[in-house]
Design a protein around this ligand. Structure first.
Ligand code: PLP
Length: 435
């Protein structure tokens, strides 16, 4: 299996090359050259399979022997060692809880798979790798946790000082070991600029093996297809016939992974692309014009993206056709005010506690089910405790931290940094001296 660039100006590469590079040199995105169909026998027995067993069947199609089956199996067992339960909110409406991993968001799935895949290859070659990641919060936590103690890999996280939540900062800065957190005096965009400049710097490129743990990396996307199969497997035979997935979206990695699952033969009836007021993709679905804008801050802040990077992959999957895409996906966008009302109302009526991202997906589903039939599954992308301030204001009670997440008293260890590339480069060159 080879991976091609959506810009088509470079030769296709192996899985290994695709995940080490992250981005092709022509600035496109990698896509698998072929999306294999799974046999009908797989769908007949899927309800008997565990999450890691489904994961192995799905992911091995794209690895094509580059990681040996036995190793891939144990790698996937390790990545998917937490449950992803499908919980009923009310008749015909389910929440797929993707937040039972160590950092309480679905990004754990992709970050852990990327970390372990990279490590599989670096171990073989005894190669040192430096991962750079700019974050507005969630990605940094998941990457820090996923890469902690992975041999031969150092991770440098850049986050904007004072602009991430306490919980997120703790998860990035107290872990130590091979994880270094740089607290940048600037915005998320400044952090991202530093990382981009580092990838363009010839001196750095020859001194270090640099890679990115950003969501454009194929290894973050592929394992996300797995939970669509797992969710579907838990429905009744009747419900399986008209499953509708509602996806609260920002960079549209989750939705792209769902489309890949569908192309592999999973009979998904329809997708809902749900956003907050950052509605670039829903707008495209409504009127056919893709017009990226500056992002606007909302209470579902992991979806505050004005120019979603995975849109290119969505287009590729529909051969660039707006009409084909809008037959499969309906777009919805909601304000913070209606998100808050939904958290309150759903809790009052059903006892289920939605986080602000899940609430956006829930609204899309309810609006869709007013005009069409279906069994609805909302991807619940984060635990409500991660956004406890908003959630507690709406439900009028405290949300407890799950028992598997320790509230840590460990000391914050971050290195204060100016948003200045020269200093960042000096820091990275000094790091390369220690190898
Ligand atoms: C990252 C994130 C999203 C957006 O996911 P995409 O794959 O980028 O569309 C939604 N909800 C939460 C909680 C997230 O952390």
């Amino acid at each position: 299996m080879k991976y091609y660039s959506t810009n088509g100006k470079v030769e296709p590469v192996s899985f290994k090359e695709a995940i080490f590079k992250g981005l092709p040199d022509d600035n496109g995105l990698f896509m698998p050259q072929e999306i294999p169909s799974l046999p009908s026998s797989f769908f007949e027995e899927i309800s008997e399979l565990t999450l890691p067993e489904i994961g192995f069947e799905v992911i091995k199609q794209f690895i094509d022997g580059e990681i040996q089956d036995i190793e891939l199996k144990s790698l996937i067992e390790d990545v998917l060692s937490f449950n992803i339960p499908l919980k009923k909110i009310k008749n015909g409406v389910y929440a797929l809880e993707l937040f039972h991993g160590p950092t309480l968001a679905f990004k754990d799935v992709g970050a852990r798979f990327l970390a372990r895949s990279l490590s599989y290859f670096t171990k073989q070659e005894d190669k040192k790798l430096t991962v750079l990641v700019a974050t507005s919060g969630d990605t940094g936590s998941a990457v820090a946790n996923g890469f902690y103690n992975v041999p031969n890999i150092d991770v440098i996280i850049l986050y904007p000082s004072g602009k991430v939540s306490k919980f997120q900062e703790q998860q990035m800065t107290t872990i130590g070991g091979n994880i270094t957190a740089l607290e940048v005096d600037g915005t998320f965009d400044d952090c991202q600029k530093l990382v981009k400049d580092a990838f363009l710097d010839e001196e750095l490129k020859s001194a270090l093996n640099l890679t990115s743990a950003n969501s454009i990396n194929m290894a973050r996307l592929l394992p996300q297809s797995v939970y669509y199969f797992y969710a579907w497997a838990q429905l009744s035979e009747e419900e399986k016939k008209n499953a509708v997935f509602s996806i609260p979206s920002g960079n549209y990695g989750n939705l792209s992974a769902g489309l890949i699952a569908q192309r592999m033969g999973l009979p998904i009836k329809h997708f809902l692309a749900c956003s907050n007021t950052n509605d670039t993709v829903p707008m495209y679905l409504w009127n056919g014009n893709f017009e990226p804008k500056a992002s606007v801050a909302t209470i579902s802040n992991a979806m505050d993206v004005g120019n979603p990077s995975n849109f290119v992959r969505m287009l590729e999957l529909f051969n660039g056709s707006h009409s084909k895409m809008s037959e499969s996906i309906t777009g919805y966008a909601y304000t913070d005010e209606s998100t808050r009302q939904t958290i309150q109302k759903v809790y009052a009526l059903t006892g289920y506690i939605l986080d602000p991202h899940g609430a956006v997906g829930y609204m899309g589903l309810i609006d869709y089910l007013k005009i069409a039939n279906g069994t609805g599954i909302v991807l619940e992308t984060a635990h409500p405790v991660k956004f406890n301030q908003t959630v507690e204001e709406e439900i009028g009670m405290k949300v407890a931290l799950p028992s598997h997440v320790e509230s840590t008293n460990l000391k914050k260890r971050s290195i204060p940094f100016e948003k200045d590339f020269k200093g960042f480069k000096r820091f990275l060159l000094a790091l390369s001296q220690t190898y």
